[in-house]
Design a protein around this ligand. Structure first.
Ligand code: GLN
Length: 285
């Protein structure tokens, strides 16, 4: 038997040692231990501080130990708890979907600010857990949002997340980028794979455990952005918008791709760390 406070400090120490062994910069040891313990106890964060002297049951200790060992080996916390918060949503995640990033909230904010009708038809390509589609759908209850993914597992996860968050104006379908979409869409958004195949950060931290097909797109990371730009032009109504999330050093290449595909009003926006993060473009009216 072990008390909550002692369990936490021992786990924090073991996680800190493992971070140090891997020479990782950011040490999230204490937070990771807290999140995993709350998950095992099925209690909110505050419980840890209200009841520091409570004992874990043998079963809780065992489950916590097993999660801790996996975390020490590098498994992302979100895959261990099976959930991640994004926007105001609690989302189920599994190793078949990318873990939603706070960076991607910029794409959601911009998409919500576009001058569209109250009843817009919007698509999210490579939807994964459904994070972007569901954030748009919950903020705009009169929009019809369709999320597309190439694989069945993400589509099933996204549908589950829609149900979990009681969102009925987002639907999810399997398909190759734009192929399952109707014509005359008002907006298409995507956080596609955009990392270069040989990027060294693919072998570091959480991304090692994420689906490679959701991360990389050819030598320059732009293969999928080229495909989507081309296909989206056919599916947007005149005056419709296309928005991409992308890497900090990709905006000038993406602007050229968009221009050569006939888009206008092309511009790039920066995230909170002032890095280029989203580029948007309009199909001419
Ligand atoms: N921003 C993510 C990362 O750097 C990549 C997400 C993506 O490829 N769409 O890990």
């Amino acid at each position: 038997m072990s008390r909550i406070d002692l369990t936490l400090s021992e786990a924090t120490q073991r996680l800190t040692d493992s971070h140090a062994a891997r020479r990782e910069q950011s040490n999230t040891a204490r937070l990771d231990a807290q999140v995993l313990l709350c998950h095992v106890l099925e209690k909110p964060y505050s419980y840890l501080f209200t009841w520091p002297e409570r004992e874990l049951t043998a079963e809780q200790s065992q489950r916590f130990e097993s999660l801790l060992v996996q975390r020490i080996k590098g498994t992302p916390v979100a895959y261990l708890t099976g959930e991640k918060e994004f926007w105001s949503l609690k989302l189920k995640v599994s190793p078949s979907v990318l873990i939603p990033r706070p960076d991607t909230e910029l794409l959601v904010e911009l998409a919500l600010s576009m001058p569209l009708s109250n009843q817009a038809n919007v698509a999210d390509l490579g939807t994964g857990s459904g994070a972007i589609a569901l954030a748009l759908a919950i903020e705009k209850p009169h929009w019809a949002v369709i999320g597309v993914d190439r694989l069945p597992e993400p589509v099933a996860t996204a549908k589950e997340n829609a149900a979990l968050n009681q969102i009925s104006n987002a639907t999810f379908v399997e398909g190759d980028w734009c192929s399952p979409l109707p014509d005359q869409l008002d907006m298409i958004v995507s956080n596609p794979p955009y990392i270069r195949e040989n990027d060294e950060h693919l072998s570091q931290g959480d991304v090692q455990f994420e689906p490679r097909s959701a991360l990389t797109a050819g030598k320059d990371g732009l293969d999928d952005i080229r495909t989507i730009s081309l296909q989206a032009f056919e599916k947007l109504r005149p005056g419709g918008w296309l928005l991409f999330e992308h890497g900090y050093d990709q905006s000038s290449d993406i602007k050229l791709i968009l221009k050569s595909n006939g888009y206008t009003a092309i511009s790039t926006r920066q995230d909170l760390s002032n890095q280029d993060r989203v580029t948007l473009a309009q199909k001419p009216t």
